[in-house]
Design a protein around this ligand. Sequence first.
Ligand code: HEM
Length: 809
Amino acid sequence: MAAAEGVSGRCAPWLRPRGAAGICVPGRERPRTAVPPGSSAALGPAVRPSRAGGARVIEPTARRPATGGTGGEAVTDDRGTQPIPGAPGSAPPSVEEPVQPREPLPPKPDQTGPETVSPTGQPTGADPARNAQSGAYLTTAQGARLYDTDHSLKAGPRGPVLLQDHHLREKITHFDHERIPERVVHARGAAAHGVFRGYGTAAKVSKAAFLAKDVETPVFVRFSTVLGSRGSADTVRDTRGFATKFYTEEGVFDLVGNNMPVFFIQDAIKFPDIIHAGKPHPDREIPQAQSAHDTFWDFVTLHTEATHHTLWNMSDRGIPRSYRMMEGFGVHTFRLVDAEGGTTLVKFHWKPKLGVHSQVWEEAQITGGVDPDFHRRDLADAIEAGAFPQWELGIQTFPDNPEQTFRGIDLLDPTKIVPEEIAPVQPIGLMTLNANPSNFFAETEQVAFHLGNMVPGIDVTNDPLLQGRLFSYVDTQLTRLGGPNFPQLPINRTHAPVNDMLRDGMHQTAVHRGVAPYRPNSLDGGCPFHAGADTRAFIEVPAEVEGRKVREAPESFDDHFSQPRLFWLSMSPVEREHIIGAYTFELGKCYEQAVKERGLKVLARIDGELCRKVAAGLGLPVPEPDGPLADPEPSPALSQVGSVWPVDGRIIGIVAGRDADLDGVRAVRTAVLEAGMVPLVIAPAGGVLDADGEPVTVQRTFATARSVEFDAVLLAGAPGSGADVAGARGTRGGGEPGADPRVLVLLDEAYRHGKAIGSWAGGEPVLAAAGVPGDAPGVVNGGTATGVLEEITRLLGEHRVWDRFPAAS
Ligand code: HEM
């Protein structure tokens, strides 16, 4: 099947389509005069639901409303002259507290909400803002205007508070109940709205309407970590959830996958076991969002079907650079049904247009401290900047034979992959995430995914992990979302007509009519009626089922080591080095010697070199494998290294002092924006550089910048020290003349983490002071500023300077 074209016709006027994917990136023609300079409105497109097809269309951003202290008159936007994502509101605030009543501000141009359909799936055509607050005045929940919300009603200014104070009680009571239970797993996440367009290439295997050619379907995607609590750091080593809700005309379809194609367990009945083992220890409730502790390793080393997934977690896939740079997998084998009732087994894959990229471990750890919201921010900023992330949905197809195997691989075993080399991934559609949610709780927190949300043309298989999941999601959501009517929450509402005979319950928002919510009936004219295959009913595939009632797994599920070895053999030397480092760290953090020794016994079954090097790090003897090693064919598609990828949305840090080559900085900023990347100027202090000429706005100072935020670092000369240098980095606060210690740390980290580094106009001595060799791979010195950037951009296409890692030499 051929990949279909991108969405190049849909870019906002000041964005231009880039690459085969047609991704929208900032272009030369950004209308700087049409929007307040520096306002985030200058960055992104407004995304509004189209009335016609239900799909989102991208419209030019309107001028940011001029708002301020007195309501209505313009105020100075002191955010600077360069558009950088991240402004908290849709209009620049005034210094003085506003006093003139006015309607609420609109959401930021990059934000939208769930499309406005009724609780029973009827399009209302209303703007998503209809669900937001309205009116200029503070009111009670009943809409009565209030004159004071700062003082309780008291018997005199120094007297006791009166029970009569209904406003106090309402305000405090509602606040007391603001929290809902977090998800038992995948509690930490971030989400975005978008659109999926079918290529039509799946038509011969599935009759699902949303997969037909050029059908556009709104989607909402939530990415997550698995183990951590809602407030945990984004960059921990963990699997990432990748859950997509397709609001199709035939009902909601949820593809609830991960960024890894295999799972720890083969049967859902063990899910509580793996999660209890991975979560913090129940006595001290530590460690948070980590697998590097005894209970996790105790379980996965005793329960060796977890070996394959554990190895993926220990690989670079466990520490993604960005949600935008992750693959997604449906994990299980699903069954597609065509228009004639023919069936095909498939595995779903999401392929990111930006490629699959990761952090390095030290970088991930530092990020967890300096920016725990790293992935969340990255996703929102990229969308706000117009660098819309895209994924192609693809399928591997297998004949639906009675054995449900393909080339000897059991398709019902979720600890196994089918290498792409023997079953290529065939593209069937393109997903573009083009709008941020406007309210985290209402959308990202309240969204409820469920594998049982299927549409005609997509069905399940007997994978025992999948079967258990079909039960678990709705069950947990009943508690998490407080009753049976959570499908009516705006973000969960289907866009297909609902006539379900389900009635009442907590938080019922539909106002049902009629008297006969039962079947058969005559009092409501017999409605609702059964649909048939000709009227697009979801009809389960009538598969044969027979067998003894047993608590057993098939024999093929006993193979726990051949595919981990396949994965290991498919890695490049640098990736293997990272895996060895990860196992050494994680087992090294375990307290119990027995757990470490058992871990090594498992590694001996994967590979001798892996086991030997981890044993050396742990200071333990190398065990012999207690079984033969498999001899699988490697799958090069599993490696992340060795290709060149688009650089859209990459962050370039430009270090510049007052005496820097500011013409060069300006030229580089422009070139970075034109390449679809984001330039951040880092200076000794905030404000602007060169206030007398064309000002260069500072986005980060030496105090607020850290290397982990940047994909590459440029040095526009020798920047000198910040005024706040004393004490800024402990006892080294004084620094050396011309080199602030924080800049040296930034350069040192960027170098050690394999990032491209460039300098011109006299930056070389600073690099030398940071211990960065001028002739090292990926270090570009001298020439013009834009010449340096050109080379840096080329290096960024490979994500990191791999030659700098020891394994590469
Ligand atoms: C292939 C294996 C699995 C994958 C890919 C997977 C994926 C996911 C994802 C992506 C989420 C987050 C959804 C969101 O963003 O709201 C999630 C949540 C959850 N998963 Fe799984 N999961 C798997 C296995 C299981 C199993 C076996 C169970 C239970 C038997 C389970 C139970 C849950 C529960 C209870 C939640 C929380 C749902 C909520 O509160 O809304 N998962 N899973």
